[in-house]
Design a protein around this ligand. Structure first.
Ligand code: F6R
Length: 242
């Protein structure tokens, strides 16, 4: 596990974008695992700039998103599909037919989740997975639990995650209480992982991920067992590691 502590959010976004760009330039048909939330927004902005400068193409990329709110359609402006379109896909030359985000309205949810796993495996697995981290240490929406989830599942969001997500919604009642999330097993099968975190409220989660015991009570701690993880944080999130 390599830990990179950057001065601030701008620097960490740039660093993550450099690794991401190198991945795509080395393997233009990479299979990417993508995250939503505030943390990767700067990374996506940097990638758009790099694309506009003619130094990056997404034309042969396939992507799989980590998660989606259960019950939201991809057209809903709070959905993660919508987020990805707005923050990245609409601004680069990616083939949207090759961008996959879990379907929050899947009729047969169990069949859908099995298919999502199978699709990732059939494409050869994820080359580079981007992760944020929750204040409770979740990656994807793998909330604190007694065991690590093996595959994509429907999860109950914890009160602290619902509270954290509520900043994007007008009304607290509208915040989804469930999400479809890749499992820890799915994430750990990625060949390379970048976890990003910014801000003081992530410092305990980051400390637990890097130094804590490996436990499903803090999902990100499992990354200590992965052979190729880079943790990129700003000084505020990395404070307890300094
Ligand atoms: C989002 C995801 C979540 C977020 C985490 C941090 O796709 O999987 O694990 O990465 O909740 O969210 P932000 O970046 O908004 O603090």
């Amino acid at each position: 596990m390599e830990v990179i502590i950057c001065k601030d959010y701008a620097e960490l976004s740039k660093k993550a974008a450099e690794i991401f760009t190198e991945q795509i330039n080395n393997k233009p048909d990479s299979i990417l695992g993508l995250a939503t939330g505030s943390t990767p927004e700067g990374l996506y902005e940097n990638l758009i700039q790099t694309y506009k400068a003619g130094k990056l193409t997404f034309k042969d990329i396939t992507s799989f998103n980590l998660d989606e709110y259960y019950g939201l359609s991809g057209d809903d402006d709070q959905s993660y599909r919508y987020f990805m379109d707005q923050k990245l896909f609409n601004h680069v030359d990616i083939n949207k037919d090759k961008t996959f985000v879990p379907d929050g309205l899947a009729k047969d949810i169990n069949a859908f989740m099995d298919d999502y796993e199978k699709m990732i495996a059939d494409k050869g697995g994820i080359d580079l997975q981007i992760l944020g981290i929750g204040i409770n240490g979740h990656i994807g929406f793998n909330e604190p639990s007694d065991s690590f989830s093996k595959k994509t599942s429907l999860v109950d969001l914890t009160p602290s995650t619902i509270e954290a997500n509520s900043r994007f919604f007008d009304k607290y009642e509208d915040v989804p209480k469930k999400a479809i999330s890749m499992g820890i097993g799915t994430i750990m099968r990625s060949r390379k992982i970048i976890l990003m975190a910014s801000g003081e409220n992530k410092q305990d989660a980051i400390y637990g991920a890097v130094k804590g015991p490996i436990s499903p009570k803090l999902s990100a701690s499992v990354l200590q067992l992965h052979p190729d993880v880079t943790i990129i944080v700003d000084e505020a999130a990395g404070k307890k590691l300094l």
